[in-house]
Design a protein around this ligand. Structure first.
Ligand code: GUN
Ligand code: ZN
Length: 469
């Protein structure tokens, strides 16, 4: 593959801007060189361009900001058709909108149609990695992984474990749920850039036995991720109190069985007390904060001030389809607004850090993504500060990188995403290559056969709309 040279303003983070004033690294007129899916050089355009050969073309994004791609720390690919479904809070929304749509994912064709649409949308919004919940059906995660493998996306996903308090067609059982998870992890974890997450949906839809089995697996396999929901709405927290009367708190339910640990992601984390926050921080688990979802469902306001004070690791999630958008810019904006409602002012640099390097490092991807460092994987986004008339007007008046990022997150959305590069490939309008799946490190033949089977069946399926009954 030939080398790609890109000219733009280069922005990344050397660390958490909360801890160091010099954590933001900006090259006003920069050049990035990409080869074989990796960044091979970065720096000032002037000196670095002299190393280009005479016939090497430069892709010119001058005026645009090129930064590590966004990482969505919590989202649901089967909930495309659930977005914009009004409800009286979380439990009503789950029962009347979400579960009926998820039941359709018994059909592998529905799964793959949704996986394609979902991955297209991630790329359109500048998101290069995500932590994704499937449905209870193993085939939903097979379809998502197969499609992500084809596009070489760095992705974490898992099938939901849920063996009670949900419709019978969405129920697994404690043993089979774990067997299916182990089988999926065997086939996909470490395959290309894919990773598996043990995914008990939330404590209300798992029996204690299922949570214990999930915890056993989490202890036996510290390399696997864990993802779940925690303390999202008050009504839910009351229900958890009834289901687990012996527990000190909702967090205690997960901690007792061994699910609270490094590489564990918990969405929401709104209704925690300070003792929970300190316990959460000590565990080094990740709070995936999903403000657009929390506002839409009326779940509550995440307390950024208290969480930072306690030392909790924070990442941001869209929580599609409780969340209303794939845009991490819109998610940052909502995070800012939610923080303001609790008396905290978040800086744009802090929010962009959480959405890029902060998430990457917390997920154990330090040095691989979330940075523009030479040698890292070429997952990055190009943002256009003049994408709309109002954004152009406001950006022109920005006198610092903080002010420019602030304008981008307040006024920007998918229109501000000029291009998304995934493993060095422009992916905002990804097109399926004519050649079938290529072998990659970590592939075994079984995986490729499975992936080809899904791809082959649906290669010519119409895009979108497949979830409608
Ligand atoms: N809690 C359990 N399941 C879900 C879900 O699908 N979305 C949200 N937002 N919360 C949940
Ligand atoms: Zn969720």
């Amino acid at each position: 593959m030939p080398r790609t040279a890109i000219r733009a303003r280069l922005l990344d983070f050397l660390g958490d801007p909360a801890h160091s004033a010099s954590a933001v690294r900006l090259v006003e007129d920069g050049l990035l060189l990409v080869e074989d899916g990796r960044i091979v050089a970065r720096g000032e355009y002037g000196p670095l361009s002299r190393a280009l050969s005479a016939d090497e073309e430069v892709t010119d994004f001058s005026g645009c900001l090129l930064m590590p791609g966004f990482i969505d720390a919590h989202t649901h690919f089967p909930q495309l058709d659930v977005i914009a479904s009004p409800a009286n809070g979380l439990l009503d929304w789950l029962t009347n909108h979400t579960y009926p749509v998820e039941a359709k994912f018994a059909d592998p064709e529905i799964c793959l149609g949704a996986a394609r649409f979902f991955l297209d949308e991630l790329a359109r919004h500048g998101t290069t990695s995500a932590c994704v919940l499937g449905t209870v059906h193993a085939q939903s995660v097979d379809a998502l992984f197969a499609e992500a493998r084809e596009r070489n996306v760095r992705l974490i996903a898992g099938k939901c474990l849920m063996d009670r308090n949900c419709p019978p067609e969405l129920r697994d059982d404690a043993d089979r749920g774990i067997e299916d998870s182990v089988d999926l992890a065997t086939r996909w974890h470490g395959n290309g850039r894919l990773a598996y997450a043990i995914t008990p949906r939330f404590a209300a839809t798992s029996t204690e036995r299922q949570l214990e089995r999930a915890g056993e697996l989490a202890r036996a396999r510290p390399d696997l991720y864990v993802q779940s929901h925690l303390a999202e709405s008050e009504e839910e927290v009351r229900w958890i109190g009834e289901l687990y009367p012996q527990a000190r708190s909702y967090l205690d339910v997960y901690d007792t069985v061994g699910l609270l640990r490094e590489l564990s992601l918990f969405a929401h984390c709104i209704w925690l007390d300070d003792a929970d926050r300190r316990r959460f921080a000590r565990s080094r688990a990740i709070a995936a904060v999903c403000p657009t979802s929390n506002l839409f469902l009326g779940s509550g306001l995440f307390d950024f001030g208290a969480a930072v004070q306690a030392g909790m690791t924070i990442a941001l999630g869209t929580d599609v389809g409780g969340g209303q958008t794939f845009s991490m810019l819109a998610t940052m904006r909502a995070a800012h607004d939610v923080a303001r409602m609790k008396g905290t002012s978040l800086r744009a640099t802090q929010l962009f850090y959480w959405a890029t390097r902060g998430a990457a490092d917390a997920l154990g991807w330090e040095g691989a993504v979330g940075t523009l460092e030479s040698g890292s994987e070429a997952d990055f986004v190009v943002l256009d500060p003049a994408a709309t008339p109002l954004l152009a007007l406001r950006s022109a008046a920005a006198d610092s990188i903080e002010a420019l990022l602030f304008a981008l997150m307040v006024l920007g959305d998918d229109r501000a995403v000029r291009e998304t590069f995934i493993a060095g490939q422009p992916s905002k309008s990804w097109r399926r290559p004519a050649t079938p799946l290529a072998a990659a490190p970590g592939d075994d033949n079984r995986t490729r056969v499975l992936a080809r089977r899904f791809m082959g069946r649906l290669r010519n399926a119409p895009r979108g709309g497949v979830l409608k009954p």
